[in-house]
Design a protein around this ligand. Structure first.
Ligand SMILES: [Zn+2]
Length: 283
């Protein structure tokens, strides 16, 4: 049961616990998200629920490996270029977000931390690039190690190679069969926002936040290449191509749900293992 994005983060502790964790140079898992429309069946906070829950899974894994860590204060103001035309999608200018993030990293450094891992599941490329720019600047100017956690299959979306200093690239060994189970009518289409995948993940982490009865009835609006172009234009163009706000097939959550728990377990184990390794490299 998911009660709060603050659960198990430094926010519910006191200042002395933060001081101790900083003195011990514990890695910080930093949950980032946005407040953004996610169709009629998911809440505006979907992305921050997801990152907060993922940080907890990784914290558990690190604990099992004997590595203490701390989950940072959740951050949820970002760039919503594509969905910015919908009420409920709050959007900052990339430069505003970069500056806020830079100062948060600066605070964490002042508390004693030097290794920070950013967890973000909001794919808007202006948003992701704003995070990357803030990280590059903070690493160069403050000499700490901040990294954005990213799956290797997503590197191409941003034109990155995977060996960039500001990334922690995870590459869990998902069984290939999982990718072959989709409905034939969805072949070649993109399920990128509040669709099958995100509905399944949210339903796993915080089922009380998902309207499943509605999700089952929603018609697919997965994107073709042409649709994707309109989606990326933002404003009215996005609303034209996805009038209800989801770009995907929410009803398809039932297929994805069969593997979602195992998928998240593989993902969190892989990330924890890589964080441990990076920590050793930094020593
Ligand atoms: Zn989302």
């Amino acid at each position: 049961m998911f009660s709060s994005i603050f659960e198990d983060t430094m926010v519910t502790g006191n200042w002395q616990q933060v001081q101790r964790a900083g003195e011990e140079k514990q890695p910080v898992l930093f949950p980032l998200g946005v407040i953004e429309e996610h169709g009629p069946h998911l809440p505006l906070g979907a992305d921050i629920y997801w990152s907060a829950a993922m940080c907890r899974l990784v914290k558990e894994r690190l604990g099992a490996l004997g590595q203490k860590c701390v989950i940072g204060a959740p951050y949820y103001w970002g760039v919503n270029y594509c969905t910015g035309g919908f009420p409920g999608s709050f959007s900052l200018k990339p430069e505003t977000m970069q500056q806020v993030l830079f100062e948060i990293f600066e605070n964490l450094k002042d508390f004693g931390f030097s290794e920070i891992y950013c967890f973000s599941y909001h794919g808007d490329s202006f948003h992701v690039r704003a995070i990357a720019e803030a990280i590059k600047r903070v690493n160069a100017e403050l000499g700490i190690h901040v990294r954005l956690v990213l799956e290797s299959m997503d590197l191409r979306l941003y034109g990155w190679q995977g060996d960039e200093e500001f990334l922690l690239v995870s590459n869990p060994d998902y069984p290939m069969e999982w990718f072959e189970e989709q409905e034939p009518s969805e072949a070649g289409l993109l399920d990128i926002h509040a669709g099958a995948f995100e509905t399944a993940v949210l339903n796993h982490f915080c089922p009380e936040q998902v309207n499943l009865e509605l999700a089952k009835e929603l018609k697919s609006s997965s994107l073709s290449k042409e649709g994707m172009k309109k989606w990326l234009q933002g404003g009215e163009s996005t609303r034209e191509v996805v009038p209800l706000g989801y770009a995907g097939n929410p009803a398809g959550y039932q297929v994805v749900s069969k593997h979602v728990e195992e998928m998240l377990a593989l993902q969190s184990a892989d990330i924890a293992m890589r964080i441990l390794k990076k920590g050793k490299d930094n020593d």
